[in-house]
Design a protein around this ligand. Sequence first.
Ligand code: SMG
Ligand code: MG
Length: 368
Amino acid sequence: MRIERVELRHIKMHLVAPFETSFGVETDEEHIIVRVDGDGVTGWGECPAGAEPFYSYETTQTAWHILRDFLIPSVLHQHIASVDEAAVLTARVRGHNMAKAGLEFALWDAFAKARGESLAKALGGARDRIVVGVSIGIQPSPDVLVKRVESYLAEGYQRIKIKIAPGRDLAFIAAVRQVFPDILLQVDANSAYTLADVAALRAMDDYRLLLIEQPLGYDDIFDHAKLQRELKTPICLDESIHSLADARAALELGSCRIINIKPARVGGFAESKRIHDLCAARGAPVWHGGMLESGIGRAGNVALASLPNFTLPGDISASKRYFVQDIVEPEFQVAADGTMAVPTQPGIGVQVMQDRLERVTVRREEFV
Ligand code: SMG
Ligand code: MG
């Protein structure tokens, strides 16, 4: 495929409700939509680096810079036979995984469309529906949280994840567990604790949590191994895992027993598949994380989550849980049984609504 044209759009989409984590509150999502055109097909990808460098050092602005000045020039006007070949061209850029992933996703979509196959099939997907969960931000009180959990369970979600931070943890977990003794429940600390908090973390062992996600430093692997030895509940790493090498180190050191795969965090679908396969070989479950993506990124997430070792429900929720209106059709929906259909049409399998995309675009640049 000859890469004839690439377009970047910085989009800003308003969330239906603010999303609070241990590192801050988000009211809008600012991401980059990457469009690649070649050989008569159009591929779409979404780079979910946020407006602020709080989840990761990458931001919408840094990703724009890396895409515009390094990644796009390395592939534009090139004849590329596969996504792997493109990866060779972009490999000189160190780090900036989310920027790389935005372009990689668009190439996967384009190559799948050129072959007339769904992205799920191209990635090695093994199921036509995935089981989904919901990630609930920090709420003003345990009572408010319990009501939110109740309404998401009524919509069908099969697993609840709640965000926690020191002082906003045990009372919230206990309240949810008391009302819902049997649900699949997990927590995400987004690096808000240290090894000095081991007592507070050990107290969570009493609530039959599926996992505790990223309790310690965002780049740490070593201290998590020490902490895991103190806990019965499995640790799941998110922020700390940027590559296959990180995943191997974490599993070999015993830093976690479960991994959250976010393809943008690890540089794309190819590295995600390698991590997925490693975890499968080592008997470690994986699940698909979320970055509050629009329908473009969500379509890719759903496709990847259809691989066999994604055995735990992911943070892949319905479009309407995030936005009044998504920028794709059909929008993503959760059925009453807590599952979501994996698109079967070629590539990402959903239609990008150009007028809606235009309305959320705050900056656009074309490379020809
Ligand atoms: O996409 O539903 C979603 C959000 C899932 O909690 C979620 N993501 O650390 O796992 C995580 C957070 C990161 C995003 S916070 C901006
Ligand atoms: Mg997380």
